[in-house]
Design a protein around this ligand. Structure first.
Ligand SMILES: O=C(O)CCC(=O)C(=O)O
Length: 296
């Protein structure tokens, strides 16, 4: 459970870290399951519906960047989305009725694990109201050097920024130089020990650098919404939508609030994952900084 001041901190800043939420046995089981899934990337030559691969991946030397939608691809991760202590915290932040929206596991291997450019999740999946958040389940200790997620405090109360590329297509990456008033120097790394959980608001500006350390940074992300938040991108399969409820009941009447929305349209030129869609823009903030640090 979060304290009252933790909940207030989340409302004010758009993020909060809860230490040591996972018990040791569950953490070990998740890590082992992730390792087994990653072994399955051996022999693969391209991205598919489960694996997003690092640019340096080779079939005989597999490098997985992301395990896609684990809750849909592996029953264990659907079960885990109902992990009691996590759902208790979600109730505090979202209310009693909660639906799982999506999931992913972002690997950041030592030395090469890819950056994720600045973005707001809301730009990918706007809803009728913004009681929507992502949980980061830390499967390794996370710190600034191994690519912990960075969040700009209180940015969830600001505009929804453009996430479109130079051709006008959605690409899922912001251009911070074109965001007046957004001060990235205030960004806070969401650090913690393995087994801790981070919670960030769907409109919070966040990103993360390449892993330059010699330690892995594996992050299981679950996205949850208050059940009365309906996705503006539509509901494809209503039975599947309802089957994603993790607590309470699902109303048929969406709650609407005025929140700034930009639709993720026209669709990205490069599809498959955020890593791929963000390559559509030549102006990548984390990569540009890496290059200038190398050149300097
Ligand atoms: O893995 C990370 O550090 C960032 C994850 C993220 O924001 C995303 O995948 O949408």
């Amino acid at each position: 459970m979060l304290s009252i001041s933790d909940v207030e901190f989340y409302r004010e800043n758009g993020y909060v870290v809860a230490p040591n939420v996972l018990d040791g046995a569950t953490l070990s089981k998740i890590r082992q399951t992730v390792a087994e899934i990653c072994d399955g990337a051996r022999g693969r030559t391209t991205h598919d519906s489960v694996y997003d691969l690092e640019p340096s991946h080779r079939p005989d030397a597999p490098r997985v960047r992301r395990i896609k939608v684990p809750h849909a691809n592996f029953p264990y991760f659907r079960e885990l989305a109902e992990y009691g202590p996590m759902v208790e915290i979600l109730r505090q932040l979202l209310g009693p009725d909660i639906r799982l929206h999506g999931s992913k596991i972002n690997m950041k291997a030592p030395g090469y694990g890819s950056p994720v450019e600045w973005h707001q999740d809301w730009a990918f999946y706007p809803h009728t109201n913004d009681d929507v958040l992502a949980v980061g389940v830390l499967l390794d200790d996370a710190d600034r050097d191994n690519g912990a997620m960075l969040v700009v405090p209180s940015s969830h109360r600001g505009p929804t920024w453009s996430h479109h590329d130079e051709t006008g297509h959605f690409c899922g990456a912001m251009q911070p130089a074109e965001c007046p008033g957004l001060d990235l120097s205030t960004a806070v790394p969401l650090v913690g020990r393995a087994g801790s959980m981070t919670f960030h608001h769907v409109r919070a500006v966040h990103g993360s650098a390449q892993n330059f350390s010699d330690r892995p940074r594996t992050l299981l992300l679950y996205e949850f919404a208050a059940a009365d938040a309906y996705p503006l991108n539509g509901v494809g399969d209503f039975a599947e939508f309802q089957a994603r409820m993790v607590a309470g009941t699902s109303p048929i009447e969406p709650r609407m609030v005025p929140a700034p929305v930009r639709m993720p349209l026209p669709p990205p030129r490069f599809k498959g994952s955020i890593y791929e869609s963000q390559t559509a823009t030549a102006r990548r903030w984390f990569e540009m900084r890496q290059e200038s640090a190398g050149a300097g």
